[in-house]
Design a protein around this ligand. Sequence first.
Ligand code: HEM
Length: 510
Amino acid sequence: TIKSFTRYSVLAMSLCMALGLQAQDVHLTTDAGAPVGDNQNSQTAGPGGPTLLQDSHLIEKLQRFDRERIPERVVHARGTGAAGVFQATADISDLSKAVVFKPGTTTPVFVRFSTVMGYRGSPEQARDPRGFATKFYTQQGNWDLVGINLPIFFIRDAIKFPDFVHANKPSAVTGVQDANLAFDFFAHTPEATSMLTRLYSDEGMPDSYRRMDGYGVHAFKMVNANGDVHYVKFHWKSEQGMHGIRPQDIAPSIGADWNHMTNDLYGAIKNGEDPKWDLYIQVLEPKDLAKFDYNALDDTKVWSGVPERKIGTMTLNRVPDNYFESTEQSAFAPSRMVPGIEASEDRMLQGRLFAYADTQMYRLGANYQSLPINRPLVQVSSEDQDGAMNSSGRKGEINFEPSTAREVSEDPNGRLVQTALSGTTQQQAIDKKRNFLQAGEYYRALSAQDKADLITALSADLNHVTNEGNKYTMLSYFYKADADYGTRLAKATHADVARVKSLADQLSDG
Ligand code: HEM
């Protein structure tokens, strides 16, 4: 269990004991702890007169209520959280010096699952990737692995992310998601073909958070004690198996319980059926990045043919008892890493390294990392101070480093590796894009039923696209990935197959 959840109540109890206070009958109090005499009737001027401004309990109650909401996450607003542990099982000290991977180490974790585009109260069965964000409270500080349930992403450069989100979030006019807007963006984004193919398959609509895998998506660097670097990808494999909702079952599922994903997860944990995921890594030496006919640091690609090895298991065994304090205020950031794990040069990851901590300072405030759910288990000795809602407990006047008065040294173990660079600054797309290759491979590996479900689900949304040019462009991408795939989609969307084929023939998959 995560000690930090209870840290405040333990502190409060110890404080009461230190002050010689006894636990008493629980009375209703104001936020300042004074007894409340009447919580049903406002103080008024006589029986028929107006309410008095001097009723400070009423005023505080209303003021405090007026301030209950904070901004929801700009994406992944609808989520659910659970706590547990990660147990490292394999010796990968040849790859990483991170203590979290030392065999036998048990690390507390907090996981938040989510959908991406819907508002905070939206139905959980959305045609959307599922967020799978894990905070490891390690002995070297927090490590956040902020992934999703699919191994790739729609775009490969962070500069496109705000446009991608604007096109896919509810319309700026109607407040309702619109396939016309989404596919207008995707018609200009051929690199999304592979992700769209996975998203519209049954794998893209998991029937519960327990029965889906998770992926870190990007390549990361692992660094060992000698400073040797390997590139890795992380993969959570569900011990519950994977199971999707078929297209015809989605609407009934939402009708029956649109909070199903949370209820399923929490119900299982409360019943003692603690869900587990095994953590696997794929590993490449830096020189092997170049061996693929696509860019290995492109997050729209899986690393085909690279074996996976299991390095540990995560068990979720506790439902937090305060949704807001734990799940809503949890803050995951791909930039939050520990010695032994570093960022790769993946252009999407590079943008993410900035965006999360930035939004969290806006969403939660400058001191968000001191909140119990985000606070590391290790002692924090940074020189950051003050700011709104500070409760860091920092002591002493030496708030700078270096200083003769307070010896806190840098830790050479935390130094980052050096990476060789070449070339000039530039604004160029990557080489070896191969936008359609893996979409075709994925389609051809599906079973007949999975192929049929993919055609049903994807054509249903493409049929809402009224801009004919965008619709044909989309169909040409899927045709380019696989002729059978494109032909079936064209027929299901009443399109001219010959025209789709001719557009696809003009595309290159270099
Ligand atoms: C949440 C930005 C790409 C997975 C968020 C949030 C932002 C953001 C601002 C809200 C964080 C918060 O309020 O705490 C971006 C940007 C991206 C990007 C700028 C591209 C440059 C991705 C990718 C993945 C991903 C590729 C999957 C690998 C997630 C998850 C969450 C999230 C799981 C929810 C975390 C939670 O549960 O609190 N993203 N994102 N994002 N993002 Fe991204």
